[in-house]
Write a protein that binds this ligand. Structure first.
Ligand code: ZN
Length: 342
C-alpha cells in the first residue's frame, strides 16, 4: 500500500434484509437456487459500494456469500457430515450443535474463488479475503475420524493452502485467516496452531494476515468477556510466536476493549490491523474517538505498518450502524493521516 494508514474491515458486513434475516448470525437465506446465486452477487456489490462510499481503502466481499465465517467453508469440503451432529463447547464458551468429521477431509473444488474473481472484476482497489484459520475450524466440529485436533488442523491447513493459492491467482491482495481460537487455546496455539497457520500460507506471494479477536458482539461472547477481568492479556500468549512467524499482518481488537495497548510492542516489525471500531455496540464512534485509538497504537506501531480496521466483523449489526462505523473509521484515519503528513 502506498497510502499510509489504509483502512479495511475485519471482514463481514450486514446482509440486505431481502437476502437473509438481518442482525442475526447463521441467518438462513431467504432466496433459493439461481435467485440465491444472483442475490449473493448483488449483495456483494452493495457491500463493495458501501465500503467505497465510506472511503475504505482495502475492500472485501463483506462475506455476503457465506452464512457463517467457518461453517460455509467447511460445507464445501469432503469428509464432514452436516446431518450427523454433536453438541460441543465452542471455544470453551458455549454449546453448539456442530457437524461431524467422518472421513478424510479434502477440497474437490474451489469454495470462494469465483466470488473473489467477481469482486476483483468490479474494483481496482486492493482486496482482502478472509478464510477461517485451521484451529478455529476444528473447534467448530466434532471429530470422529482423526481423533486428534492437531492432525485435523494440519489437514485443514493443507486444504486452506489450496484455496489460498487460487484466491491469490484470482487477484486477492491480502488473504486473512480468522483465528479467534488463538485467544483461548494457548498451549495448542504454541504447540502446533501457529505452525498449522504457516502451513496454510505456504508458497503464497500475496500478503497474509491473521485476525485474532474477542468475537462478535453476541451474548455468549459478551458474557465471556465479563469473566476476563480488567486487563485482557490473551494476546501476550500468541504475539511472541506470531512475531517470529511468516505472517505479514496481525489483526487485533483494540477500541473499547480491555487489551493493554502496549502488548502491540510484542509484534514490533509486523504490520498491524488495529481495531478502532467496536463491533459489540450500536453506538457509532466519532472520527475523533477512532483517531484517539490510532494515536495510542502509533506509540507501538510504525506509521507505515498501521492499518486502521474494525475489532471484528459487523455481520450482526444493522446496515445503518455498520455504514456509520465505516464512515467513522475512514474519517478517523484521515485525521491521523493528516497529522502524520503535516
Ligand atoms: Zn473477529
Amino acid at each position: 500500500m502506498k497510502k499510509i494508514l489504509p483502512t479495511s474491515t475485519a471482514g463481514s458486513l450486514p446482509k440486505p434484509s431481502w437476502l437473509a434475516e438481518p442482525e442475526k448470525l447463521w441467518s438462513p437465506w431467504k432466496l433459493q437456487g439461481e435467485e440465491l446465486t444472483d442475490g449473493k452477487q448483488d449483495a456483494l456489490l452493495l457491500a463493495l459500494k458501501e465500503q467505497q462510499q465510506a472511503g475504505i481503502d482495502i475492500v472485501s466481499d463483506g462475506e455476503q456469500t457465506r452464512q457463517h465465517f467457518v461453517t460455509t467453508f467447511i460445507e464445501h469440503l469432503n469428509g464432514v457430515d452436516f446431518e450427523k451432529r454433536e453438541v460441543v463447547k465452542i471455544r470453551d464458551r458455549y454449546d453448539a450443535s456442530v457437524p461431524t468429521v467422518v472421513g478424510a477431509v479434502s477440497r474437490s473444488k474451489p469454495v470462494f474463488v469465483e466470488d473473489a474473481r467477481f469482486l476483483r472484476s468490479h474494483t481496482t482497489q486492493p482486496i482482502k479475503w478472509a478464510l477461517p484459520g485451521p484451529m478455529t475450524m476444528i473447534d467448530t466440529l466434532y471429530d470422529s475420524h482423526y481423533k486428534s485436533r492437531e492432525k485435523l488442523a494440519w489437514e485443514f491447513a493443507k486444504v486452506l493452502n489450496q484455496e489460498a493459492r487460487e484466491l491469490e491467482a484470482a487477484g486477492v491482495d491480502i488473504i486473512q485467516f480468522d483465528e479467534p481460537a488463538f485467544n483461548v487455546f494457548f498451549d495448542e496455539m504454541n504447540d502446533w496452531g501457529v505452525a498449522a497457520l504457516e502451513r496454510a500460507i505456504e508458497g503464497l506471494q500475496c500478503e497474509t494476515a491473521v485476525h485474532i479477536c474477542y468475537g462478535y458482539g453476541i451474548k455468549a461472547n459478551t458474557d465471556w468477556k465479563k469473566t476476563l477481568g480488567s486487563e485482557w492479556r490473551q494476546y501476550e500468549e500468541s504475539f511472541p510466536k506470531l512475531q517470529k512467524s511468516n505472517i505479514d499482518i496481525i489483526s487485533l481488537e483494540c477500541h473499547n476493549s480491555h487489551v493493554p495497548i502496549d502488548l502491540i510492542e510484542l509484534i514490533r516489525g509486523k504490520k498491524v490491523m488495529v481495531g478502532a471500531i467496536d463491533v459489540a455496540t450500536n453506538a457509532i464512534e466519532t472520527p475523533e474517538e477512532v483517531a484517539a485509538t490510532l494515536r495510542k497504537a502509533l506509540q507501538f506501531v510504525d506509521a507505515d505498518k498501521l492499518y486502521p480496521c474494525t475489532n471484528c466483523g459487523m455481520a450482526p449489526l444493522s446496515r445503518a450502524v455498520a455504514r456509520g462505523k465505516l464512515q467513522a473509521l475512514a474519517a478517523g484515519a484521515e485525521i491521523v493521516r493528516a497529522e502524520i503528513l503535516a
